[in-house]
Structures are given as structure tokens and as C-alpha cells.
Design a protein around this ligand. Structure first.
Ligand code: PFF
Ligand code: NA
Length: 452
């Protein structure tokens, strides 16, 4: 059977690495990681998260890139093709379909948070963040959120920019935008960390992030760490698999995976080191929830020399990071409509954009008129987050490792990964035993069946 020819390929050697790092590094690192680390109590959570990245994240990312490149298509088609090459059960393609849906659902709430970052970049400039207490800043955040028009408009702006870039195509849209956004992001981050290092007040934040407290290791925290490991590396959401389908044959999957995972982890830890010192220095609680960076950091920026410049830089950085991730979440759906149904990328972007905006408006309403529309005690925004991170990603991840670890002929993955014997054996051991067992244990425990 002849292999499928790629329809699109990254143009430059760095295309995949930049795009995949762009996908990985996002609000997950700068917004979600700090606030859930705060909620789950610091160092213990960080350690569980790092463990999940190593034991599950890296092997799964390699598997996803390999599946994408082998199948040369959007998640559903790529998996269908690889499975067909193996005479396997065609139902496996449902895993690809679920991943695509997961990426799409994440984007529906992600645009709201990205909208906060866009809005705050602007607010930094126009002086609306000139309040002098954390309470006053919390008030600014609340006022922003109580207006569905304001919140909705910013979310729509994010959605439109994302769709516009994706509509232009893999090379002219995605690759060209990450080629300047990612270096820009790196520069902004380095400037901010440089500032944090010289401004003192580091030790308390450092301690919070890296002091291990065994009493904080709970099943619930572990499930959160697992979900976040998937989220932060963009796994089981179609993004990495689709980007992998554009990867030229000669490039090493293992090496690119390590670069992306290390970059993502460094950004999360650096963001933590930039944010927690500020929070403690101002007597805030690290468990302030989703508004954490928006209610605490502007205050610190005001007290710094050139604070406005740093503030604009910070929120612009968050905006760019969010945008390169948002692009990757919708790429799978657009690629699917384009490849499978022959719809042009522009039309595919418009069609998915209409649905995206409709659902994201419901998510946005969770912060104002829909705050009380609750299911299982969660509003719609929280439900989207919960269902994707706690259920769809771990479930997609475990199915994917079962597929590559047990159901595919072993020469297929070996052929794609091209690892030395020992490296391949290690990878296979991880996807066969370590990742699925860990995911399963975490799941069963969360369901209350193991009780630790
Ligand atoms: N990895 C992104 C972040 O950390 O912000 C979030 C994400 C991107 C999740 C793309 C899923 C995805 F498909
Ligand atoms: Na991330």
C-alpha cells in the first residue's frame, strides 16, 4: 500500500518547532499553571505535574507526531489511515474525532481568557489599571466581566484574528505568524524575568513553587496535574497531531518533542517565578483563582520604574502566546474540512468560526448574566475546562497509547520514530506500561474507587 503524500509541509526547518512550541506555550503556562498551582498548594503540585510531563506527556507527544506524520492528515483521517495500513479496527478514528472536538471546545473558553489579555494590554496603556490596591484591581476585573458587550467583543476579536491567520493557510498563515511571534515572545519573557531577578522578593515565591509538602499530594491534585500536563503540551486535542502531519520525513520526532516540552516547562516555571513573588509581596492569596494574574500583576507594574512599559510587554506577551495556541486548536478542524470535504481553507475557517463564536459567547456569559446557569455546581465556562482537561484529554491520551503500544504493528512506529534500539525500547515501555497505568490509576482514584 502506498503512503499518503503530504498536502502541506512546513517550509523551513524550524517551522514545526516554532509552530508546536507556539501551540504548547500559551495561557496554560502563564495563566492556568500559576493559578492552579496556587489552588493546589504549590510545590507538591509542581512535582506531580513535572512527573506527568516526563512519564506521560513526552511519550504521548512522540506518538501523536508519529501518527500525524504517518497518516498525513487531520486527526480523524490520519488515524484512520495508519490503522488501515495495519488492518486494524476502523473505529479507532473516533479517537481522532474526539481529539479534534476537544481542541475546538478548549478554544471556546480559551478565546475568553485571551480576550482578557488583549483587553489588559490596552487597559495598561489607557490608565484604567491605575488603581492602588488589590481590591480595587479586583473591581476593575469584575467590572470588565460584568459587561457582556465588552467581554464578548474582546473574545470575538481574538476569534477573528485566529481565524484570519488559519484561513491563510499552513505556510502563509500559521508558519509565517509563528516565525516572528515566537522570537518576540522569547525576548519579552527574557526581559520580564531579568526584571524579576533584579527586583528582589524572590525567595517566598521560589519556596512556594519548589517546597514539597506531602500532605498536598491528593488524588484530586494528581488528576489536576495530569490534566494540566496534557493541556500545557496541547496533547489529545488534535493540534500536535495535525502539525505533525506537516512534518517532513527527515526530521527527528524525538528531538523536536524534547525541544517543545522543555521550552514549555521552562516558560511555565519562569512565569511562576515572575508571578508568585509579586503575589506574596502584596499580601495576596495565591489561591485567588482564574483572575490571579489580572488582579495582582498590574499592581506590581505600577510600583516598578517603567511599569507601564513592563505591563504592556507582559500582557502583549500573554496575548501573543494565546494566539499561537488558539491557531493550533482550530487547525485540526479547518484541515479536516479542507482535506476531507474539499472546502477551501477560507470557507472552512468561516464555518468553524461561526460555531466557535456562538459557543464562546455562552462561555463568556458565565462571567455575567449566565453566572448562575450551573450544572454539577459549575458554570458553562468551568464545564468546558473541566470536561476537556479532566476527561477528554486523559481519555484521548490513554486510547492513543493503547493504539500505538498494543494495536499497531511495531515496525510502523519504529519506522517513524527512528530511535536507537534502547531509546525505542524505553519509549515502548512508557507507552505500554507507564503512561496507561498511570492515567488509569489517576482516573479510578478520581472516581473514588481507589481512595488515596
Ligand atoms: N498548550 C496550550 C497552553 O498551554 O496554553 C493550550 C492548548 C493548545 C491546548 C492547543 C490544546 C491545544 F490543542
Ligand atoms: Na503550555
Amino acid at each position: 500500500m502506498t503512503r499518503e503524500k503530504p498536502k502541506n509541509l512546513w517550509q523551513s526547518r524550524w517551522g514545526f518547532i516554532l509552530a508546536a512550541t507556539g501551540s504548547a506555550v500559551g495561557l496554560g503556562n502563564i495563566w492556568k499553571f500559576p493559578y492552579i498551582t496556587g489552588e493546589y498548594g504549590g510545590g507538591a503540585f509542581v512535582l506531580m505535574y513535572l512527573g506527568c510531563i516526563l512519564a506521560i506527556g513526552i511519550p504521548v507527544m512522540m506518538a501523536e507526531i508519529a501518527l500525524g506524520r504517518r497518516g498525513r492528515g487531520s486527526p480523524l483521517d490520519a488515524i484512520a489511515r495508519v490503522v488501515r495500513e495495519n488492518n486494524g479496527n476502523p473505529l479507532w478514528k473516533a479517537v481522532g474525532g474526539m481529539a479534534m472536538l476537544c481542541g475546538f471546545l478548549i478554544l471556546c473558553f480559551y478565546v475568553v481568557v485571551a480576550g482578557w489579555a488583549f483587553a489588559y494590554t490596552w487597559k495598561m496603556v489607557d490608565g484604567s489599571l491605575a488603581a492602588t490596591s488589590v481590591d480595587a484591581l479586583a473591581g476593575v476585573f469584575e467590572a470588565h466581566n460584568t459587561s457582556p458587550w465588552l467581554l464578548g467583543s474582546w473574545s470575538i476579536v481574538v476569534a477573528l484574528v485566529t481565524l484570519w491567520i488559519v484561513g491563510k493557510g499552513v505556510q502563509a498563515g500559521v508558519e509565517r505568524s509563528v516565525r516572528w511571534m515566537m522570537p518576540g515572545l522569547a525576548v519579552m519573557l527574557l526581559i520580564l524575568v531579568g526584571y524579576a531577578l533584579t527586583s528582589g522578593g524572590f525567595s517566598q515565591g521560589f519556596e512556594f513553587l519548589f517546597t514539597f509538602d506531602a500532605s498536598k499530594v491528593t488524588g484530586e491534585a494528581f488528576l489536576a496535574a495530569l490534566g494540566h500536563a496534557f493541556f500545557t503540551l496541547s496533547l489529545a486535542s488534535g493540534a500536535i497531531l495535525t502539525y505533525g502531519s506537516y512534518l517532513p520525513d527527515g526530521q527527528s520526532i524525538a528531538r523536536t518533542t524534547f525541544v517543545v516540552a522543555i521550552a514549555d516547562t521552562c516558560v511555565a516555571l519562569l512565569a511562576g517565578l515572575a508571578i508568585f513573588p509579586v503575589i506574596f509581596a502584596n499580601g495576596m492569596s495565591p489561591g485567588a483563582g482564574p483572575g490571579l494574574i489580572f488582579m495582582s500583576l498590574p499592581l506590581a507594574f505600577q510600583q516598578m520604574p517603567f511599569g507601564t512599559v513592563f505591563g504592556v510587554l507582559f500582557f502583549a506577551m500573554v496575548s501573543v502566546a494565546a494566539l499561537t495556541s488558539a491557531i493550533s486548536m482550530i487547525e485540526a478542524t479547518v484541515a479536516y474540512l479542507n482535506e476531507k470535504h474539499g472546502v477551501s481553507r477560507v470557507k472552512a475557517s468561516i464555518a468553524s468560526g461561526v460555531v466557535l463564536i456562538a459557543i464562546s459567547m455562552l462561555a463568556m456569559l458565565s462571567f455575567n448574566v449566565g453566572a448562575e446557569w450551573k450544572l454539577f455546581g459549575m458554570n458553562f465556562f468551568d464545564i468546558l475546562d473541566y470536561v476537556t482537561s479532566r476527561w477528554m484529554m486523559p481519555l484521548g491520551g490513554i486510547l492513543m497509547v493503547i493504539l500505538v503500544g498494543y494495536c499497531l504493528r511495531s515496525d510502523i512506529m519504529r519506522d517513524e520514530l527512528k530511535l536507537p534500539t534502547a531509546g525505542y525500547a524505553l519509549w515502548l515501555f512508557m507507552v505500554r506500561y507507564v503512561s496507561p497505568v498511570l492515567i488509569l490509576v489517576v482516573f479510578l482514584n478520581a472516581l473514588g474507587w481507589l481512595g488515596f
